[in-house]
Design a protein. Structure first.
Lengths: 162, 262
């Protein structure tokens, strides 16, 4: 278990950052990392023995958990009950980043693919392995995400050449 | 511009970094031990209860865990009395409001109180204020600290986290967490309120799930959209909340840079 403590200490900053990218906010990031690490720690020996690379395994677990959480909560915005409050929006440290604004609106699986590709620098087969989906799915999710980003980015870039 | 480069640049931004709380490691280690202990007990209980279910230990733990686990394993749970042998019910004696849930305590533990629709839905008192997903009266998530103070609903400062986050007592009963960066990020209500779907303090976990089918379990209770229904009683987060446990606080929250603990 000591080995797990060392792992946590070393991996935590990177995992939190990655969680922040995946979830888009610190609160969910912390929740996600803690939830996943507790589970992994509870069967650490087996994780090490069977995966060989606990960091990758953890990231994979985080991506999948985040996607499945989203599946359960996607309808939670309860739009019908939102009272009139024009001008009030979640503020975000990246609210002035058009690209992030667009990324936020991508479905989690598409966003996870983008994060894994551009943050983790994983290849398509690697992403497929991480998310436990086929390469075809990765390809289609990635192309859909990129099409959305490219298509909408023009709206933001004043005189840009996107 | 090249979108690939833009994405790499965005993801490389240092603002994605989150400060690790000093006690984070201990929290995770303790949590891992709890998960492990719980799984061990669940597997043992499962094996004893039904040999047929061998090999489906996980499913068994997930489905039957909360009603079949012996009391000994819920180390943090309040001591349960003999009337609830499986340790399932016995919501904490905080303040169960006037509700007719008493019948469930006499049912045998083998029959989980799952039929939520059969229960008469208690209509909340008319005096309940409505806690909307994004606002509690004039207090709106995302409004600035100054705007929040101007509502007159903020009382004394209860806690601070550096200069970035301040928790105020809510004069309505509860508290309000304000981030310097994001404004009002959480409104916590322990006063009598009701959500538009009829959940109020004292509603049971079953009622929350019925009203918010997308609600999911987290450490403190159930989350559905911007709502967090904090559940009274103790069960580790890895186990589904027992159906009869009561809501003892309702939060609404949004994007935040405040530590979970504040």
């Amino acid at each position: 278990v000591d080995e797990f403590a060392v792992f946590v200490r070393e991996a935590l900053p990177g995992l939190l950052r990655y969680g922040h990218l995946l979830t888009g906010n610190p609160h969910d990031a912390a929740d996600l990392v803690q939830t996943v690490l507790e589970k992994i720690g509870s069967r650490w020996t087996s994780v090490v023995r069977h995966t060989g690379d606990p960091v990758s395994y953890t990231r994979r677990a985080m991506a999948n958990r985040h996607i499945s959480n989203w599946r359960r909560t996607r309808r939670e915005e309860l739009i019908a009950e939102i009272p009139d409050q024009r001008g009030v929006r979640d503020r975000d440290p990246f609210e002035n980043e058009p690209l992030w604004t667009l990324l936020r609106e991508l479905p989690p699986r598409q966003r996870a693919v983008v994060v894994l590709r551009y943050y983790e620098d994983l290849s398509e087969p690697e992403i497929a392995a991480v998310l436990g989906v086929s390469r075809g799915t990765v390809k289609s999710q990635a192309s859909r995400a990129m099409a959305t980003l490219r298509g909408r980015l023009g709206v933001f870039t004043v005189g840009g050449t996107a | 511009m090249n979108i690939d480069d833009e994405l790499r640049r965005l993801f490389a931004d240092e603002r994605w970094d989150l400060a690790v709380r000093p006690e984070a490691e201990q929290l995770i280690m303790a949590g891992a031990r709890r998960v492990r202990r719980r799984r061990m007990v669940a597997i043992t209980a499962g094996a004893l209860a039904a040999v047929v279910m061998l090999g489906s230990g996980i499913a068994f733990a997930a489905v039957g865990g909360q009603e079949s686990l012996p009391p000994a394993m819920s180390t943090t749970a309040p001591p349960t009395t003999s009337e609830a042998p499986a340790g399932t019910t016995a919501p904490p004696a905080t303040k169960p409001p006037t509700k007719q849930t008493t019948t469930s305590t006499s049912t045998p533990p083998a029959a989980p109180p799952e039929i939520t629709s059969a229960k008469p839905k208690p209509s909340p008192p008319a005096s309940y204020d409505v806690l909307h997903p994004r606002n509690y009266g004039p207090l709106v998530l995302g409004m600035s600290g100054d705007q929040a103070l101007a509502t007159g609903l903020l009382g004394a400062v209860e806690a601070t986290e550096g200069d970035s986050c301040t928790r105020y007592t809510g004069t309505f009963g509860g508290n309000v967490l304000v981030s310097a960066k994001y404004g009002v990020v959480r409104v916590s209500v322990t006063a009598p309120v009701v959500t538009p779907r009829g959940i109020h303090l004292g509603s049971t976990v079953a009622e929350v799930r019925a009203a918010y089918p997308q609600a999911w379990d987290y450490r403190m209770g159930l989350k559905a959209g911007s709502y967090s229904f904090i559940i009274g009683g103790a069960v580790h987060w890895d186990t589904p909340w027992p159906e009869t446990f009561p809501v003892e606080r309702i939060d609404i929250d949004t994007t935040s840079d405040c530590a979970n603990a504040i």
